[in-house]
Design a protein around this ligand. Structure first.
Ligand SMILES: [Zn+2]
Length: 336
């Protein structure tokens, strides 16, 4: 059996699959109190043992997908801004010692790029990039049919490409990073600068301190003019950033994920339409795809399938199961 974890800033998702591609178990826990790396390790070990116990069968492989700077090749977390900061953690070795299983670890965006190749639209391409547009901006690179991790596993940090040296200060300390002008936090900064909150009846239904990018996008989707201005400026910055990435990587395709891209018309379609045309002097034929939730959720599994041949693993079956489970979860959440 294969156990997959997705460790984010505030939650851990887990699923257990057999070696044929049947999902046996799936769960999610909140992780508000991780003060030290030991807390995370303990949590992963407990969840692994519980899953093994419940399935009454041995887990052979564990795959951990992690939001932070991860050296997947060496199995090391180099830094994790959302959890422990700059502490280096040799997570693969530690978990292998405790659990006595093969352990893979990968950065979440790189893992999603791998998942695009194995489960998603990336199947059809040898060269593509994955871009996630959310509070932050991250990415993964697939080149010549192989994932590209860089020398230390840090490649694909698209969010920290400087696009405006005079721009706002980024979380990384530099000014005008792509993320600082086009990520979710940038939406709030633009809102303040152009006084969109004060001018927007729609936004003012939420107290100022509770406004996140999500509310700005929701109001913009309803046609609220000040919020449309914010999203318009943000999207322009996204288009510029994506155009530069196309210039650098010359990809066959760009896969776009992350919460902000759910705004299909305002964000995704604008990027698809306008980014390549910013490079008008060099004719490009880049295809765009939205990354599905199934592709994201299957990314820990994709890391294993990328590293190991598993005879008899049924990819279509696991996609179908995951789709059904996601639909059920969504219906439950929406109160059906
Ligand atoms: Zn930065």
């Amino acid at each position: 059996m294969i156990l997959g974890f997705d460790v984010g800033g505030s939650k851990i998702s887990m699923f257990l699959s057999d070696r044929n591609g049947n999902i046996l178990r799936r769960s999610r826990v909140r992780t508000p109190d991780f003060k030290r790396p030991e807390d995370l390790i303990e949590q992963l070990v407990t969840m692994s043992r519980d899953a093994e116990h419940a399935a009454a069968s041995d887990i052979e492989t564990v795959s951990v997908v992690f939001a932070g700077a991860v050296d997947g090749k060496r199995g090391i977390i180099r830094s994790s801004p959302n959890l422990f900061g700059g502490i280096e953690i040799p997570l693969s070795d530690i978990l292998e010692d405790i659990l006595k299983k093969t352990v893979y670890i990968e950065n979440d965006a790189t893992a999603t790029a791998i998942s695009e190749k194995i489960f998603g639209n990336g199947k059809a391409f040898s060269n593509f990039i994955y871009l996630t547009l959310s509070t932050g901006i991250g990415g993964g690179i697939f080149m010549n049919n192989r994932v590209y991790r860089g020398s230390l596993g840090m490649a694909g940090e698209f969010g920290h490409m400087v696009v405006d040296p005079q721009g706002p200060v980024c979380g990384c300390g530099r000014k005008g990073c792509f993320e600082a002008v086009a990520g979710g936090k940038a939406a709030l900064k633009i809102m303040d600068r152009i006084k969109a909150y004060e001018r927007s009846e729609c936004l003012r239904q939420t107290p100022r301190e509770n406004v996140e990018a999500k509310q700005i996008f929701e109001c913009a989707e309803k046609g609220d003019p000040p919020c449309l201005e914010v999203v318009g400026e943000l999207t322009k910055n996204m288009e510029e950033g994506v155009a530069s990435l196309i210039n650098i990587f010359d990809p066959e395709a760009v896969m776009v994920g992350g919460g902000l891209s759910n705004s299909k018309k305002l964000v995704y379609e604008s990027i698809e339409k306008n980014s390549p045309s910013l490079l008008a002097t060099m004719k490009r034929d880049v295809k765009f795809f939205r990354t599905s939730q199934v592709t994201v959720e299957l990314s820990p599994m994709a890391v294993v399938l990328y590293e190991e041949e598993i005879p008899g693993f049924n990819i279509e079956r696991i996609i179908k199961e995951m789709k059904e489970r996601i639909t059920v979860a969504r219906e439950k959440r929406d109160g059906f």
